[in-house]
Design a binder for this molecule. Structure first.
Ligand SMILES: NC(=O)c1ccc[n+]([C@@H]2O[C@H](COP(=O)([O-])OP(=O)(O)OC[C@H]3O[C@@H](n4cnc5c(N)ncnc54)[C@H](OP(=O)(O)O)[C@@H]3O)[C@@H](O)[C@H]2O)c1
Length: 381
């Protein structure tokens, strides 16, 4: 099958290189910006791909919503299979693109959009066919895991490890989507869609690591905890819960062993139990390998990863809860259901009683509205 590639950046170049050696697949044209078509295989007009009857599949690795959405639609309408690594696109318009693919009898797969090289969605989609999925989650952002691991192992502060992550190419010049938890949130949205036939579009909570300090990390270490940015999702009544937050995990947790920029994706199935997958969540070749895996699935007949009746829902995070660590000005500590409190130099470090995710995230939003500097993390029990 001849495969055209939209976008020739980090992942696009990896996909093109892997296509040159893959069994049953061959590289077709690559779509680049005008002025960058410096080789015969590079084109600047999408119709050179959608109008080419020899192209069987299109890989979209441009990023962002437009023009990716329009071009993916055009490729599907032209009867091409589509594989994408673009989580923003799938979180925004996955159900519509999947329905269009179904209508046209072609594939729409997006394994690389969640977990990079870790075959998370691929296995999750397979498991849904024979088992009931109870929860999904894990460490789904490599940039923040690198930063948290470095803060933990070197005692370094946030600004220093962010600079290192940018120099190593793990973090973008604008790291907001990674450090705010938005990137991980988009991935857990996709996992919920695949596992539970529900794409949570509202009612979601994400807290990132921007407010974490070296002093917080030292405090966690004294309590025997490691901090990781963890995403979780699961079914509840007729919707799902889905959230991302810094989480304190004990030394016995698998998440504690996830070093550097690695990811750990997990799901719990009713019959199979807990399934844990670990590997590189980003990077040129790990991500390209997930794209190639999807293309092999296309060749062997797999079609649409997103379930047929996937509905957009408002998530409900008011039923799941746990204790939290909260660092805030001493004057505000009374707003929390405290279990243990230590105070030094006007700063309170609180371990709360069990609080729901909704209540904690809403309370911290209210505290920040009052001008309080707050960091909080869930505590894995
Ligand atoms: N990098 C990873 O490790 C990774 C992992 C998992 C998923 N992903 C996803 O994969 C996708 C691509 O990521 P990436 O890291 O490869 O990004 P990237 O390095 O920025 O590559 C994107 C490429 O697309 C090109 N492009 C954008 N708009 C275009 C347009 N209108 N016409 C032609 N070319 C256009 C860009 O060209 P210019 O440079 O000229 O703008 C760039 O070459 C994203 O959705 C990302 O979320 C990436």
């Amino acid at each position: 099958m001849k495969v055209a590639v939209l976008g020739f950046g980090t992942v696009g170049q990896g996909v093109y290189e892997m296509l040159r050696h893959a069994r049953g697949l061959e590289p077709g044209a690559v779509l680049v910006r005008p002025g960058k078509d410096d080789a015969a295989y590079k084109v600047t007009d999408i119709t050179a791909i959608t109008g080419d009857p020899t192209v069987g599949a299109v890989v979209e690795v441009l990023g962002g919503i437009e023009p990716a959405r329009t071009w993916v639609e055009q490729a599907l309408l032209a009867g091409k299979h589509v594989v994408t690594a673009n989580k923003a696109l799938v979180a925004e318009c996955g159900p519509e693109l999947a329905n269009l693919a179904r209508e046209k009898g072609v594939a729409f797969l997006f394994s690389a959009a969640c977990g990079g090289g870790v075959p998370f969605l691929h296995n999750l989609a397979l498991s849904t066919q024979s088992d009931e999925i109870l929860t999904v989650g894990g460490i789904l952002n490599g940039t923040t895991n690198y930063m948290l691991d470095a803060m933990q192992s070197r005692g370094a502060d946030y600004a220093e490890v962010l600079k290192d992550a940018q120099q190593l190419g793990y973090a973008e010049a604008d790291p907001t989507a990674d450090v705010s938890g938005l990137d991980a949130l988009r991935k857990i949205m996709l996992a919920c869609a695949v596992a539970f036939e529900k794409l949570p579009a509202q009612g979601l909570y994400n807290e990132g690591i921007q407010n974490l300090t070296a002093a917080d990390v030292k405090h966690f270490q004294s309590l025997g905890y490691t901090c990781r940015l963890v995403a979780k999702g699961g079914p509840v009544a007729d919707t799902v819960f889905a959230f991302v937050e810094p989480t304190l995990v004990p030394a016995s947790a698998a998440e504690c062993a996830v070093k550097d920029n690695y990811n750990l994706a997990r799901y719990e199935a009713k019959c199979a139990g807990d399934i844990v997958l670990m590997g590189q969540g980003a990077g040129r070749f790990p991500t390209a390998s997930a794209v190639l895996r999807d293309l092999s699935d296309v060749v062997s007949g797999q079609r649409v990863m997103m379930p047929e009746n996937c509905a957009r829902v408002t998530a409900d995070c008011s039923g799941c809860g746990h204790p939290y660590y909260v660092r805030l000005p001493e004057a505000f500590a009374g707003m929390l259901p405290c279990d243990k409190v230590t105070v030094a130099d006007g700063v309170a470090r609180v371990i709360t009683k069990s609080v729901t995710v909704k209540e904690m995230h809403d309370t911290v939003a209210a505290l920040r509205d009052k001008g309080a500097q707050v960091f909080f993390a869930g505590i894995e029990e």
